[in-house]
Design a protein around this ligand. Sequence first.
Ligand code: GAL
Length: 335
Amino acid sequence: MQRHFHRTLPERLALLLLLVVTRISLAQDNVVHPGKPWLDDRGQPIEAHGGGIIKLKDTYFWFGEDRTQTNDPDKRYVACYSSADLVHWKFRKQVLKMSDPEHLGNWILERPKAFYNAKTKKFVMYLHLDGPGYKLARVAVAVSDRVDGDYIYVRSFRPLDQESRDIGQFIDDDGSAYLIFESRPTKGFFIAKLSDDYMSVEKQVAFVQAPLEGGALVHYKGLYYVVGSHLTGWKANPNVYASAKALGGPWIEFKDIAPPEANTYDSQSSMLIKVAGTQTTTVIYAGDRWTPKTLWDSRYVWMPLEIGGGQIKLPEPKPWTLDIKTGITTVLDPK
Ligand code: GAL
């Protein structure tokens, strides 16, 4: 009997090899490595900072600021990637390549969010448009017939006549589309419903008196959760969350999503991605780790959240896997 437990050297080597191979294939399979360069199907780092994700049928589309070093410095770019599993991303193209639309000079185009309007069958992209010193504080709207562009600039405006800097996107389970936008003079952020054709911002649903940017929302098990960051520019700070029974509030009560000294593990909120699988529903925190001097090399910090009962906890970033069918996530080496 004992013999079964004593492996010969070749047996042990074979086992070791099997372990290594399993680990490598896992690594190639479905592992997210928060904070590490995230390569697309071409082997190039994903350029989709301050991004937004929409799902069409079974495909996810990730839009974000494309800060590629070789881009024309006079233009601003949005790239689009697609994925079936949220882990492997195929570069579609630079869906927006724009020259200064309003003669602003040193101009800024950030945090693109694309929505699909089922009525008009158009894709409508919202962006934060700004000028020198971030004084313009408007949204820009660009439109396309196809998800992967080209998006054509339409106009810019101040939503609900308010200043609007960082924007966030929320699509509720009933398909309603909302824009979240930070407004400095009112010291808070708005949650606003888009018009029927999504071409304008129609109605204030909530004004949350908390000066937060990088606003991200999710609807999970009967509660709405919002995550936002304090106003420290590119520098990370302790991001906070609140929950509410209805989008209109009341929103209670802002708390840290992680130990404050961790500064959100050196990241800033951008999206909360809900994966409703056959076995569980996972909510992923998707943040940006900005490197302002080398923006093209800014990284992504994505982690499944511990969420429920009005509480959120962002665990310390570790490599993790996602099964897009079941919704199950596994943190590798959780020690
Ligand atoms: C951040 C904001 C970014 C960018 C940056 C500029 O707070 O979230 O999108 O605007 O400030 O300093």
